[in-house]
Design a protein around this ligand. Structure first.
Ligand SMILES: [Zn+2]
Length: 271
């Protein structure tokens, strides 16, 4: 994947990078079927748990039929997306990051491994003048967002929340290349379900790209309940890691990526 090609003054054709996010924290079980669903399907969804179709779990194409998850199917601003072009934003994103080392508690939630910040106020970002605190980060393998239909082997979502409850997710894509000693620290903490760990004194900026060029768009959680009004901040520049490091994530969860969703007229802006 490469970079951006200017198509005209405002439009850019993307060749590389993106990020996506989701709060993979949510665990919700299906109790009742959607009205449109057949009885047979309804039965299969009873007590079923959402997933990616593995071990009888409810696959992404049917999340919207599960109770409380209708927006997964009916929403018009769903994530992830395939990024094919970006428009120079009229309103400056003004993306600022204030990250410092902090401790994370690590938990495998059955869908991904989540690194929960022990002190969210230590790490903040701001976009469009609004401040968000880092709650957690987690991964998807392969990437959820695609650039020109290209998946990266790994995508990490850094989930932030504002005081009034709005979510902003910084997505970072990773590709094979030189060793990444910082990402290796994360890879070494990918616990199995039921186990716990701590990632101490870790600065998340160390596994983000130095080039902060950002693809911003309005989207959703990429896991049920697929809630919208998520400010996505996909980092255009992928970060490299060794194949061995990437393999540790893939061995932890492979295929925990929701397929890309319809753009529905949304624009992706680039600052
Ligand atoms: Zn996610």
């Amino acid at each position: 994947m490469s970079s951006l090609n200017i198509r005209n003054a405002l439009l850019l054709s993307l060749a590389c990078s993106s990020v996506a996010l989701t709060a993979c924290e949510t665990t919700q079980t299906s109790q009742t079927p959607a009205k449109s669903h057949s009885t047979v399907k309804a039965d299969t969804h009873k007590k079923a748990h959402w997933g990616y179709g593995e071990h009888g779990s409810v696959a992404p194409s049917e999340w919207g039929d599960m109770q409380g998850n209708a927006v997964c199917k009916t929403g018009k601003e769903q994530s992830p997306i395939n990024v094919t072009e970006a428009t120079k934003s009229i309103m400056p994103l003004n993306f600022k990051q204030g990250f410092q080392a902090e401790d994370f508690t690590v938990k495998n939630n059955g869908h991904t491994v989540v690194f929960n910040a022990t002190n969210p106020s230590k790490n903040k970002i701001s976009v469009y003048g609004k401040t968000f605190e880092l709650l957690q980060f987690h991964f998807h393998a392969p990437s959820e967002h695609t650039i020109m239909n290209h998946h990266y082997p790994l995508e990490i979502h850094f989930v932030h929340k504002s005081k009034d409850g709005q979510l902003a997710v910084v997505g970072v894509l990773y590709k094979a290349g030189p060793d990444n000693a910082q990402l290796a620290k994360v890879a070494d903490k990918l616990v199995k379900k039921g186990q716990k760990a701590t990632l101490a004194n870790f600065n998340v900026s160390s596994i983000m790209p130095k080039n902060k060029q950002t693809l911003a768009y309005n989207g959703s959680l990429t896991t049920p309940p697929c809630s919208e009004k998520v400010q996505w901040l996909l980092q255009k520049t992928p970060v490299t890691a060794s194949k061995g490091e990437l393999t540790k994530f893939i061995n932890s969860y492979k295929g925990n990526n929701r397929p890309v969703q319809a753009i529905n007229g949304r624009t992706v802006s680039i600052d």
